[in-house]
Design a protein around this ligand. Structure first.
Ligand SMILES: [Zn+2]
Length: 338
């Protein structure tokens, strides 16, 4: 089990330009303190390298990378009302993407079966040419592209359980059939994308799964969608690598959204993904996204890592997907495309 991070990820601080910003260095400090208190769960810690220009270029046009770099070099500033880059943010963003890439390389080299990339800024809202939603580069997308373009993988499954739709990742792979992207997210909140009926485009139709859930949704809804919709579709896809866009803002204590997962819910989701991936013979890499209540975030990361590392058992949720009729018709839609 491998854990990647870098001290430079603590130097990116949107509060420099956006007062009271929730995506702050204390998030990573809380995670690392909670892990240290548990002896890092026995995981090996590695320092994240910087992502190379070539790695970023698999997802982001050179102009976007240069624009972020120049903004940071000039002292930084707000990119929009949510998104900020300061003088230290370019290095942090390179390490954050680099953590996801290094994790992917290590997993595919057989150095570990599971791992966690704990970088910040997060990534899943970043479009190819546009930073947004606290995100500068799409870390998980860069890692997925790297796996396919350089590391010999033909099919990557990205499951995004952050409470917000992973619009950047969805857009990057919208027209591709070699990355299956599945997102469970609260409908009606930022970024406003991820409608149930959006299943991808062109050759990528059927390879995007968007499952918006209502505010107030609890563990039974999330777990049943994962068990009965997402993982069966992923099994058909036969992925060789599983990446989790691991946000923890669907926790009931999170201040940014309205879902009601418990800390143990993340462990259950991780158990489900772990066991499914083991059946497919695919390694699992989790990449940190959101999560803004420091205690809930730290505890949920520990629970997720413990589960990925083998603790706990998958408990089957409901006999069929909750939010039933729409989700069930969704499944048959995917089967019809398969
Ligand atoms: Zn989020």
């Amino acid at each position: 089990m491998l854990f990647f991070s870098h001290p430079a990820c603590l130097e990116h601080d949107p509060r420099e330009g956006l007062y009271g910003h929730p995506e702050q260095p204390g998030r990573l400090r809380a995670i690392e303190a909670a892990l240290a208190a548990r002896g890092w769960l026995g995981w090996e810690r590695r320092e994240a390298p910087t992502a190379s220009e070539g790695e970023l270029a698999m997802v982001h046009p050179r102009e976007h990378v240069e624009a972020i770099r120049e903004l940071c070099r000039s002292g930084g500033g707000a990119i929009d009302g949510d998104t900020y880059a300061g003088a230290a943010s370019y290095e942090a963003a390179l390490r954050s993407a680099g953590a996801a890439c290094a994790l992917t390389r290590a997993l595919l080299a057989g150095e570990a079966r599971v791992g966690f990339a704990a970088g910040r800024p997060p990534g899943h809202h970043a479009d190819p040419s546009r930073a947004m939603g606290f995100c500068l580069f799409d870390n998980v997308a860069v890692a997925a592209a790297l796996a396919i373009e350089e590391l010999g993988v033909e099919r990557v499954f990205v499951v995004d359980w952050d409470v917000h739709h992973g619009n950047g990742t969805a857009e990057i792979f919208r027209r591709r059939d070699d990355v299956l992207f599945a997102s469970i997210h609260q409908g009606g909140i930022f970024p406003g994308t991820g409608a149930l009926g959006d299943a991808g485009s062109g050759p990528g139709e059927g390879f995007t799964i968007n499952l918006p859930v209502p505010a107030g949704s609890e563990e039974d809804v999330w777990l049943s969608l994962l068990e009965h919709v997402v993982l069966p579709a992923a099994a058909e896809f036969e992925p060789q690598l599983v990446l989790i866009s691991a946000g923890f803002d669907a926790h009931r204590d999170d201040p940014l959204a309205g879902c009601r997962l418990e800390t143990s819910s993340f462990a259950q989701m991780a158990c489900q993904v772990r066991d499914a991936a083991a059946g497919w013979g695919a390694p699992v890499g989790a990449v940190l996204e959101g999560g803004y209540d420091l205690e809930a975030l730290a505890d949920s990361v520990v629970a997720t890592m413990a589960a990925l590392g083998g603790e706990g058992e998958t408990v089957s949720s409901a006999p069929e997907p909750l939010v039933t009729s729409r989700a069930a018709s969704h499944v048959s839609h995917y089967w019809s495309l398969a």
